[in-house]
Design a protein around this ligand. Sequence first.
Ligand code: 13P
Length: 255
Amino acid sequence: MKQPYIIANWKMQLSLNESLSLFGEIDEVLPEKNKANVVICPSYTALAKINEINTRKKIKLGAQNVFWEEIGAYTGEISTKMLEEVDCKYVIIGHSDRRKYFKEDDDVVHHKLKTVLDSSLVPIVCVGEDFQQRQEGKKDYTIISQVTKAFSGIDFKGNEKVIIAYEPVWVIGSGQAINAEDAEYMHEIIKQTIIDLFGVGIFEKIFKIIYGGSINAKIVKTFLVQPNIDGVLVGGASLNADKFLEIIKEANDIY
Ligand code: 13P
């Protein structure tokens, strides 16, 4: 049975008070028998405070970014250890917002991934083509290249967990997701790239592949029923308790 990941990325959208009350609203209603793995990635300031009120631990916490060095004079950065201290379990790496506004490239993603794999955190590695790359018929090439550059040279022991999030950049925040079959095709490309790099055994033990980009409760099932879609990364629809809970409910109803 699939235990789909439903991961909220709150980006830089909420104040501390808004984050605390949204978390409270979601946590309060989340069913005890919840099959989905629910993860919320708030801002850093909210992360520490939410950890204090997250007594049920039904929701796991994630960060939106991390630095690749473990300690030192790196003004403005945050380390894996600092995230572990606030019981953070997941961390997003290489989100398209980071790639676009902060010039993070595949090399940066690779460095961060290595550091995260040395910690207790589970990396959520984001990949995705932009509109031009898709128009020019380069979507497969782009994804294979991003995945290969991020993961090449990593030495997996077999007990790690890695989530790859496929997020076609041009549909993020657009209100219009790609269709689920199209996403499934891209997930197969990602799966095959990882199998080519590490073999099928490592893929099956370690990797999950989730989809992100304008997910809402109406369409989430069409994605989660695909064999290679293990969950969703949700932006806009995770900023409203009812909408996010509806997505979780849809996911629970499938299995
Ligand atoms: P939207 O769900 O708002 O399209 O955002 C997706 C995303 O970027 C999640 O990381």
